[in-house]
Design a protein around this ligand. Structure first.
Ligand code: MN
Ligand code: MN
Length: 458
């Protein structure tokens, strides 16, 4: 049994989909109850992936949302949060209004998912009046939203401040994509003017200082708004330093990183083959080895709070075709919904960079706390029986042919990893058993999340 605090040998009793007891000899005391033998395996809380861009089902691809939810289950993720725009298949009307978007998302995903899921809204600069919709949005179980400081749907600083203040007063949390748009636009324009349009320019035009500046600014705006703030997909040491400085002052600033920043470096952009480079066109881009090492240290030292996938189910055959258009037109993102736990465990615990308890903390317990999911995220009496039986001794290589996500590639192709998900329970019911999918479409529920976040600004 692994919690965020300790690991110990115990039985878990499940009743009504919840954990009713954790202790010794529970099975012996209830010989009539069906049991699952987890000898030799780690029992972890189901992973909560708070950052995904899963696609809504459409007529031509009716299984896309379901298939990625099955992929999540295979990876040990029992709850994921999805954004509903941009690019996820929501209608224009749904993208223009937080409440319309929420209702459309719920109706189009009803009965689709194999694991539990929730919505995180996107507040965009193209919506006429998102701030006035926030009270009703939070009330309906969507207490978090993402805002962008870059891209043409970004928020102005004024609107970002308003969103932080409004969500803060409602007990919600704004997830901010921190990159400086002025710097990036200038560097992109310069590259295009020099006719430097190949894929690797994507990374060269998004420097770490652009991320660090925006991170600093988002934190300053949150401070003025007396709101907490959550920095998504933090990728570099300079941005981490901004978060760490805010935390040292006691401000409620949180940050997430992703497995790709913990695993790969910008050496991937040096490949001669554009078909290789385009797989790593993500934002922020991959960084240096020193940045990667700093992120591991940040996870250990609690400058970073969460690891999430930033799953974008792009395909080499559709969104990332080569020869590619000029780099600003390439879709940003890469898949990761199925590999989150496996890669984080192997690179972190297997690689001696992170303790097992801290891994559980950043993948499940802290996400549950920050994102309004008090019924999930820990192997603890009263919480949902979302459990992963994980074989720490397995050795395998990650291969696209073995995955179930809706992408046609994985950034981790060929990566040798330690550990494997064997069995996954969702509210006590098996979804994965001995490595096979035994769940069903609609087994997962939409979770109306609570608005209470733990640390108000003080
Ligand atoms: Mn982003
Ligand atoms: Mn994202």
């Amino acid at each position: 049994m692994v919690t965020a605090q300790r690991s110990f040998r115990a039985d878990v009793a499940i009743a009504g989909g919840r954990i009713s007891a954790v202790g010794e000899q529970l099975a012996a005391a209830h010989p009539e109850a069906p049991t699952i033998d987890a000898s030799g395996l780690l029992v972890l809380p189901g992973v909560i992936d708070v950052h995904t861009h899963t696609r809504l089902p459409v007529t031509e691809q009716p299984d896309r949302f379901f298939a990625d939810s099955v992929a999540a289950a295979f990876g040990g993720t029992t709850t994921f949060l999805a954004f509903n725009n941009p690019g996820t298949g929501i209608s224009d009307a749904g993208a223009a209004s937080l409440l319309s978007g929420m209702r459309e998302f719920r109706s189009r995903t009803a009965g689709e998912s194999a694991v539990d899921f929730g919505l995180s809204a996107v507040i965009s600069g193209t919506q006429p009046d998102p701030i006035s919709e926030l009270p009703a949005l939070v009330e309906s179980g969507v207490p978090t939203a993402k805002a962008f400081m870059v891209y043409d749907f970004r928020l102005t600083d004024e609107r970002l401040f308003e969103a932080l203040r409004a969500l803060g007063r409602l007990g919600g949390l704004l997830q901010v994509h921190c990159e400086n748009a002025t710097i990036i636009d200038a560097l992109v324009s310069g590259a295009l003017a020099r006719d430097e349009v190949d894929c690797r320019q994507h990374a060269l035009t998004r420097p770490t200082y652009a991320e660090a500046e925006a991170t600093h600014r988002a934190i300053a705006l949150a401070r003025a708004a007396e709101a907490s703030v959550y920095v998504v997909h933090l990728s570099c040491a300079d941005a981490l330093a901004e978060v760490a400085a805010a935390k040292a002052r006691g401000w409620p600033v949180y940050a997430e990183t992703c497995p790709h920043y913990l695993t790969w470096t910008d050496a991937r952009y040096a490949a001669d083959d554009e078909a290789e480079v385009i797989r790593s066109v993500i934002s922020p881009p991959l960084r240096s080895a020193a940045d990667r090492d700093a992120l591991w240290l940040g996870l250990r030292a609690r400058g970073l709070d969460v690891v999430a996938s930033d799953h974008v189910p792009d395909r080499l055959s559709v969104e990332k075709v080569v020869p590619a258009p000029a780099f600003p037109q390439i879709s940003n993102g890469a898949p990761g919904i199925e590999t989150l736990l496996g890669v984080a465990y192997s690179e972190g615990v297997g690689g001696g960079r992170l303790g097992l308890e801290r891994l559980v903390d950043v993948l499940a317990t802290t996400p549950a706390r920050l994102f309004g999911l008090p019924g999930k995220g820990a192997v603890e009496r009263g919480r949902d029986a979302d459990l992963v039986l994980f074989d720490p001794d397995a050795r395998r290589a990650v291969r696209q042919v073995d995955l179930h996500h809706t992408s046609d590639f994985t950034p981790y192709e060929g990566l040798a990893v330690r550990g494997a998900v064997r069995t996954v329970l969702l509210r006590g019911e098996p979804v994965i058993r001995d490595g096979a999918f035994v769940g069903r479409r609609g087994q997962g529920r939409f979770i109306e999340r609570e608005s209470a976040r733990p640390d108000p600004f003080s």
